[in-house]
Design a protein around this ligand. Structure first.
Ligand code: NAP
Length: 464
């Protein structure tokens, strides 16, 4: 019996989501030595997901991974199908009928909530929207952030919080030659923010950011890091945790903060204050954010599992902007093909399960599968593992019962303009050309229409 992937009988796979995990899943399939036909679907005309719309503009080195993705995208056996919103332009069920397997690589859609009063006041924003705004995501380009108050507060101490803080801390001149979107640069250049507070509910030994990212805060032209000595006093359990060689990351963070404390410059034009042991209690204000109240916490529990316990002491910070950077939550999955609608879950190897049993031909990779954690590179091993599970299942995969080309023709006939990789390369070249006179690596198009125009008419958008 011929199995999908055997010579003359290609294994047909749809990967939904052209971010890092989607590309790595495609790479693993293309490297499988089997005959594969992989279609990579993406909602926007532009691929690369979080690399394009999540990675901070001043961390250009992290974006060089797109060269790897370009190589994958141009490997025979893979087609990019951009500007197709699965769930709106085409149903997942329709797509699944055309393939042996579908791999969901759609990431996480929603940020976690603080669940405190005032969270929805104007001036209180998720980090997700701020990041997508400065990165020129079409859905967020019209967001408005009030930067007229001298104080801004970022809640949470992960690497996203540091990304947001850097963008607010740096001068416009330090950002000008990055691929930050023009609308964001313009507003940031007028920013009156002088004091930025990055606030954690636990102590410095529990901060989630990495030391490398933290150390950058000692290098800005106009902004100095500020740390209070009392925040660096660690309890016994934290001291035990820090003494272990396996905890080098936390040790480096505490040492870096101690270095900041030793030369805190409160007279710098901008100041970035790292505050600890403060649990958000309420965001205050009538028509907009005017302050945030925290409960002071103390840590309890064993080393490595220290939890914050409110002490009842309330601390107020007056501010005009609160950015909540407390991580993301997984989306509830859409109704899945070949499933009865009961909540699905994921196995570690990427099979999507219903009531503990794999749904035939349905897999997941990346943040939708394992939650919002890890670096871009973490996705590679994760996608390889999922593809290994898929290949193990080859004999049991459902047989495609419809032709994908006919499906795509019907979708195009409804007016959906599909974007392939050659189209994307035109958009890419036009963005690079727009950036050139400004000394930027690119000036992104921030609407789908602009991207489609550049795909159709290569000269559009290129400033001569
Ligand atoms: P994260 O690393 O999980 O950090 C979330 C932060 O929010 C933690 O400090 C957490 O504190 C805090 N938090 C959660 N719930 C809270 C609540 N109810 N009240 C107050 N604080 C709360 O999330 P992230 O920063 O969004 O990053 C997501 C992933 O992307 C991470 O793996 C990160 O490393 C990665 N990333 C990497 C880079 C890079 O490599 N340069 C850049 C950006 C993002 P607790 O610890 O107390 O829960």
């Amino acid at each position: 019996m011929n199995l999908p992937g055997d010579r003359g009988y290609p294994l047909r796979v749809a990967v939904v989501g052209a971010g890092p995990s989607g590309f790595y899943a495609c790479e693993a399939l293309l490297r499988s030595q089997l005959e594969v036909a992989v279609d990579l679907y993406e909602k926007l005309p532009a691929p690369y997901g979080l690399v394009r719309y999540g990675v901070a503009p001043d961390h250009a080195h992290l974006k060089s991974v797109t060269r790897v993705f370009e190589r994958i995208a141009t490997t025979p056996g893979l087609r990019l199908r951009g500007n197709l919103n699965v769930g709106r332009d085409v149903m997942l069920e329709e797509l699944a009928d055309c393939y042996h397997a579908v791999i969901l690589a759609t990431g996480v859609e929603y940020e976690k909530q603080l669940d405190i009063p005032g969270e929805d006041l104007p001036g209180s924003h998720s980090a997700r929207s701020f990041v997508a705004w400065y990165n020129g995501h079409p859905d967020y380009r019209d967001c408005v952030f009030d930067l007229s108050n001298e104080t801004a507060v970022i809640v949470g101490q992960g690497n996203v919080a540091l990304d947001v803080a850097r963008i607010l801390a740096k001068s416009a001149d330090e950002l000008r030659n990055t691929d930050i979107s023009a609308h964001a640069l313009e507003q940031l250049a007028e920013s009156r923010v002088r004091d930025l507070y990055i606030v954690g509910r636990r102590g410095p030994a529990q901060a989630k950011f990495t030391a490398k990212e933290l150390r950058e805060f000692g290098t800005f032209s106009q902004c100095a890091p500020v740390v209070s000595p009392e925040d660096l006093v660690l309890n016994e359990q934290c001291a035990v945790a820090l003494s272990l060689p396996a905890n080098q990351r936390a040790k480096s963070i505490v040492e870096t903060l101690a270095g900041f404390e030793a030369c805190s410059d409160t007279s710098a034009p901008r100041r970035c204050h790292f505050l600890f042991n403060l649990q958000p209690h309420a965001i205050l204000g009538k028509a907009a954010v005017a302050a945030i109240a925290f409960q002071r916490t103390r840590l309890e529990g064993p080393a490595f599992a220290q939890r914050p316990v409110a002490t009842g002491q309330i601390v107020h910070l007056e501010c005009g902007l609160v950015i909540r950077s407390i991580g993301y939550r997984r989306v509830k999955l859409p109704r899945l093909p070949r499933a009865s609608g009961v909540d699905a879950s994921f196995s570690q190897d990427g099979r999507i399960l219903e009531q503990g049993r794999p749904i035939p031909g349905m897999y997941a990779v990346g943040w939708i599968k394992r939650g919002a954690e890890g670096t871009i590179g973490t996705n590679r091993g994760d996608s390889v593992a999922t593809v290994a599970a898929l290949l193990e299942d080859r004999a049991e995969l459902p047989t495609p019962c419809h032709d994908v080309n006919s499906l795509l023709e019907r979708i195009s006939a409804r007016g959906v303009r599909l974007v392939d990789f050659t189209d994307w390369e035109r958009i890419d070249r036009a963005e690079v050309a727009r950036g050139q006179p400004l000394g930027k690596p690119r000036e992104k198009f921030t609407t789908v229409d602009e991207m489609l125009q550049a795909a159709a008419f290569p000269q559009v958008g290129a400033t001569s």
